[in-house]
Write a protein that binds this ligand. Structure first.
Ligand code: HEC
Length: 177
């Protein structure tokens, strides 16, 4: 008798549980809540070449910001695509201090900290040979490495490698301290 009562109670509990799960399942017909993400639920489509009320110039597809350089141009440029203005020069200095100064030293003398720990010192960047290198040659040297110098194409973005060229030029022109 007790056993029979127990299984009845169990069955009732199971039925309740099923009803709860069934009732709580999301219904397909339910409308998407309008708030707070109504603009994500109902986006405003726009065609690339149609007029736009959103932007000041009235165009939907916005032109790239001033100074934007296409990716292929970065890879294939023969001359430095970046003018040696304050922004590019500061970035170049940062790249050099971060990736190059360990070996080449902060002023390019070839006296970076690792050279005092057994790594063969590179020659000074203030040589006539480095001064004679073109932008493209410097870029390729940084990208592909040479001898004991590792290649940086995978570690430093092309944009930053070109900016490092600005810094190498600056250091190679400066007289040795
Ligand atoms: C691990 C140490 C090391 C690091 C880091 C390093 N270099 Fe070098 N670099 C060298 C060595 C060694 C040479 C000489 C290579 C050779 O000719 O065998 C060299 C050569 C050069 C040269 C040519 C110098 C010449 O006399 O022809 C330039 C320019 C140069 N590196 C720039 C850079 C720049 C820019 C970076 C940072 C992106 C950098 N290097 C990072 C070790 C390094």
């Amino acid at each position: 008798m007790k056993q029979w009562r127990d299984s009845l109670a169990l069955a009732a509990m199971l039925a309740l549980l099923l009803a709860a799960v069934w009732g709580a399942r999301p219904s397909v017909e339910q409308p998407v809540p309008a708030f707070p993400l109504s603009n994500m639920a109902e986006p405003l489509p726009a065609r690339s070449y149609s007029p736009s009320p959103v932007f000041a110039d009235g165009r939907t597809m916005q032109p790239p910001p001033a100074g934007t350089v296409p990716v292929d141009a970065l890879r294939d440029a023969t001359a430095n695509p970046y003018a040696a203005d304050a922004g590019a020069a500061a970035r170049g200095e940062w790249v050099f201090r971060t990736y190059c100064a360990t070996c080449h030293g902060p002023t390019g003398m070839g006296d970076g900290p690792v050279t005092r720990r057994g790594v063969p010192a590179p020659t000074s960047l203030k040589s006539d040979r480095v001064r004679a290198l073109t932008d493209r040659e410097l870029f390729e040297l940084i990208s592909g490495g040479r001898g004991k110098m590792p290649p940086y194409a995978r570690m430093i973005a092309a944009e930053d490698r070109w900016k490092a060229v600005i810094e190498v030029r600056k250091l190679s022109r400066e007289d040795a301290p």
